[in-house]
Design a protein around this ligand. Structure first.
Ligand code: C5P
Length: 400
């Protein structure tokens, strides 16, 4: 995801410095080349060797180290970087940058770079609320600096409140977002994901194997690309994606009313949810007792949310998914037409590496004009970007 990206990771002197190690691991795992710059105070908290080992690059700590300066100066660090991240960023380094002070390697590199700078502050709650700090942040925001705000929690100083470094996973998400092309800026994207659950009695329900992974991958990709994203999710084990408004629902009817509430303001809607087609005719208030003879469960049809959206879509772009086990292309094509979709993602759930719960998918994309695009097996995160590319293409072609 970050293959070929050059990232400078600045670490300053706060107890959260150890969390920069986790961030470094996430960045290198995603393929980035990371060069770590530590302040003198940061080295009181954590040894440079940790960062050096994990980044497989020398750690830069000194402005005037003749050996490393010969190899890579603060100017080349600043020039090469695609993004400069400071995590944790103390009130002190933020104050310095806001005042234009460049008196050590990190602050000098920030001053010299033309790359975006992302700051992940961490400090005591009183420092965080100090008006001088707040003014510094406002000033830096005005000048285009990016922030990942700290969260509330128990602070190392014993106080409780705002000032805890944001989760490294979320800092990572902000870095990926900052490096992504914002080609979905201005779009309102609505996505459904996961299964629905239709209760039979207080302990039993009807559902399916959907994990929600495809829809969550789409929501994350759309956020990175600058869209305002709403994810309506059935029950899943996944965390709410960073930067995405996530609405949790349980039944198909709840999903329908949530979707209808958001569809009006959406420009693009992608329905990946495996909505249960039927629900029990009645829900028993008590656990249904075992009977000697056979028992029959009466089912009624759930609303087809996607088909309803197809009727009212106007100029919105609408995509659906079709999970099939036979006659994939034919069945999916029929759904595309019947539900008035712009695109359908046809998914042979019986083939290996496709469908439920796995991280990969093998699909065909079908379009209104009869075009079929056969895609090889790929990660759901990669497929998410392709689906969004195609939606943008359709939108541009329509508006041309
Ligand atoms: O007709 P089928 O259920 O196979 O269609 C699948 C597509 O329709 C998916 O995009 C799914 O999210 C959507 N769908 C829906 N409401 C239903 C059933 C399916 O929105 N009740």
């Amino acid at each position: 995801m970050l293959k070929g990206k050059e990232i400078v990771l600045g670490v300053t002197g706060g107890i959260a410095a150890y969390k920069a190690v986790e961030l470094l691991r996430l960045l290198t795992k995603a393929g980035a080349n990371v060069r770590v710059v530590m302040t003198a105070n940061a080295m009181e908290f954590i040894a440079p060797l940790t960062f050096q080992t994990l980044s497989m690059n020398p750690v830069h700590t000194d402005m005037f180290n003749l050996i490393s300066e010969r190899e890579i100066s603060h100017i080349s660090l600043a020039d090469r970087a695609d993004i400069l991240v400071i995590a944790p960023a103390t009130a002190s380094v933020i104050g310095k940058i806001a005042a234009g002070i460049a008196d050590d390697l990190l602050s000098t590199t920030v001053m010299a770079t033309r790359a975006p700078v992302l700051l992940a502050p961490a400090m005591n709650v009183n420092m965080y609320q100090n008006p001088l700090y707040r003014e510094n942040v406002e000033k830096l925001r005005r000048h285009g600096f990016l922030f990942v705000e700290p969260v509330k929690g128990m602070l190392a100083c014993g106080w409780e409140g705002e000032g805890k470094l944001q989760d490294p996973v979320f800092i990572f998400e902000e870095i990926v977002a900052a490096l992504s092309v914002k080609d979905l800026a201005g779009e309102q994207v609505l996505i459904t994901a996961g299964p629905t659950r239709e209760e039979i009695d207080p302990v039993r329900f009807l559902s399916n194997h959907s994990s929600g992974k495809m829809g969550y991958a789409l929501a994350m990709a759309a956020f990175r690309r600058g869209a305002a994203v709403t994810l309506i999710s059935g029950p899943t084990c996944l965390d709410d994606p960073y930067g995405v408004e996530t609405v949790r629902v349980v039944t198909a009817e709840e999903m329908r009313s949530a979707v209808l509430g958001y569809f009006g303001k959406s420009s693009i809607a992608i329905m990946t949810a495996a909505v249960a087609d039927y629900r029990p005719m009645t829900r028993s208030g008590e656990k249904i007792k075992k009977k000697d003879a056979t028992n029959t469960l009466q089912l009624v049809k759930n609303p087809d949310i996607l088909a309803e959206l197809g009727v009212m879509k106007e100029d919105r772009l609408l995509a659906g998914f079709a999970a099939e086990t036979d006659n994939l292309q034919e069945n999916a094509g029929e759904k595309l037409r019947r539900k008035n979709l712009d695109m359908i993602v046809a998914n042979d759930v019986s083939s290996e590496g496709a469908g439920f719960a796995v991280d990969t998918n093998v699909v065909k994309l079908l379009f209104r004009d009869g075009t079929v695009e056969d895609l090889p097996m790929m990660l759901k995160s990669e497929l998410a970007d392709i689906i969004l590319d195609r939606m943008l293409y359709l939108q541009r072609r329509r508006d041309a």
